[in-house]
Write a protein that binds this ligand. Sequence first.
Ligand code: ITT
Length: 193
Amino acid sequence: MDKVLVIASRNVGKIKEFRHFLSAFPLEVISQPDDISVEETGKSFSENARLKAVSVANATGEWSLADDSGLSVDALGGAPGIYSARYANNDQERINRLLRELQGIDNRSACFSAAICIASPGNEILLEVEGRCDGVITDAPRGENGFGYDPIFEVIQSGLTFGEMLKHQKKFFSHRGAAFSLLEPGLKKLLKM
Ligand code: ITT
């Protein structure tokens, strides 16, 4: 029987990406039960990923994978960073706020980061990795794909925003795809693949 892996997330966009990444693994991927909520009190992406993975593994008694991620904008001193989800109430408002704060600013450099942690019950960290992706914040949203800040983040060498990419393209270029590539060898070992 396949090993159960609980995705410790309430973010539907993220969960979709992980289901795609994990489709070739002998895992039964399930979503976080609704009654579990974890406070993100960490000071870094990796601390928060660890908190979420450990809490959900302990609560469910299964292996759990958590991702903590966010967008750091140079001209804003790295904001919103680990507060990317808390920057406004929904994706549209988060995008509007960021574009407003960058109005008239020429330096549009930014980077996305993702920390991924897999934990097993009993506070055991099985794997931890981090990935990043450099890019620029566009002047206006482009593309309908993805979630979050995807329509306003352009990966320079691709000429596309994450919102314009197909899922395999976003996997190739993105912070989460980069982190997952680092995770893959360890996960294969754990699963004896
Ligand atoms: P969980 O903690 O339940 O997984 P969350 O949305 O609160 O969901 P985070 O705390 O990691 O997740 O916040 C990350 C935020 O950063 C997320 O809500 C998006 O706004 C943004 N973000 C992260 N990765 C992104 C991506 O690939 N594309 C667009 N926005 C992204």
